[in-house]
Design a protein around this ligand. Structure first.
Ligand SMILES: CC(C)(COP(=O)(O)OP(=O)(O)OC[C@H]1O[C@@H](n2cnc3c(N)ncnc32)[C@H](O)[C@@H]1OP(=O)(O)O)[C@@H](O)C(=O)NCCC(=O)NCCS
Length: 200
């Protein structure tokens, strides 16, 4: 049994609107720089994470807190799993973002498994890693996908994100595609982004 499973101070629960600032912080960590790449400088005086907060506090859309589960330890939000049906991505409106940034990420939206349930963010606070918290968040997420009638979960992981790739391999995810997102000084990942799938 992992320490998190053994820790009755840890609770996995659906997020609420008041969690939005913590959700934004953790979504930012999960993105590995992509939100800063897309959003930095768009709203003067606001960081990318701050720009995410209103969307996360809202009730509708793929960014809403209603798509998040959180890990709470002693009343503090320390982890997130956020996701929604992949097909919602077809309806995303990127017209408010700089076209060159959207174009840079273009292969991401073309490398998806339509019909699956998509894990768009998973993160745990750095001081609480390797205690099984991500594993518990994934368990919550699989159950949510099953309840929604989905037979599989997919996700994107940066090819150079070794910790996350270990985690997903151990959970039984398999690589089914790769988005050739080029290296960029503001998004310095090597090897692009890998699409992974796990049947439920
Ligand atoms: C990836 C991440 C969510 C893992 O969270 P976590 O709570 O530490 O993960 P767990 O404790 O549940 O790990 C479960 C298993 O995953 C693997 N794993 C997790 N972190 C690992 C690491 N740094 N190195 C190697 N394997 C790792 C191990 O097999 C681990 O089991 P073990 O500890 O018994 O060996 C966390 O490192 C994180 O938030 N990273 C930054 C954000 C991120 O990259 N998110 C994923 C985006 S796709």
């Amino acid at each position: 049994m992992s320490p998190a499973q053994n820790d009755d101070r840890l609770r996995i629960r659906a997020a609420v609107a008041d969690d939005a600032p913590e959700l934004a912080r953790l979504v930012g960590i999960a993105g590995g720089g992509v939100y800063e790449f897309l959003l930095d400088g768009l709203m003067p005086g606001m960081t990318a994470v701050e720009i995410l907060v209103p969307g996360l506090a809202g009730r509708s859309g793929s960014l809403s807190y209603r798509q998040s589960g959180v890990a709470e330890l002693d009343g503090r939000v320390v982890g997130i799993a956020h996701g929604y049906p992949t097909d919602w991505i077809r309806m995303e409106d990127y017209s408010g973002l700089p076209p060159d940034r959207v174009a840079h990420m273009g292969e991401f939206s073309e490398t998806l498994d339509w019909g699956s349930y998509f894990l768009s963010a998973l993160a745990v606070d750095p001081d609480l890693r390797r205690r099984g918290i991500a594993g518990q968040l994934l368990g919550w997420f699989y159950e949510r996908a099953r309840t929604g009638g989905f037979d599989r979960v997919t996700l994107h992981v940066w090819a150079d994100n070794e910790p996350a790739r270990h985690l997903y391999a151990g959970e039984g995810f398999e690589e089914i595609g790769r988005a050739a997102i080029p290296w960029h000084p503001r998004l310095p990942h090597q090897g692009g982004s890998i699409l992974m799938r796990r049947y439920l």
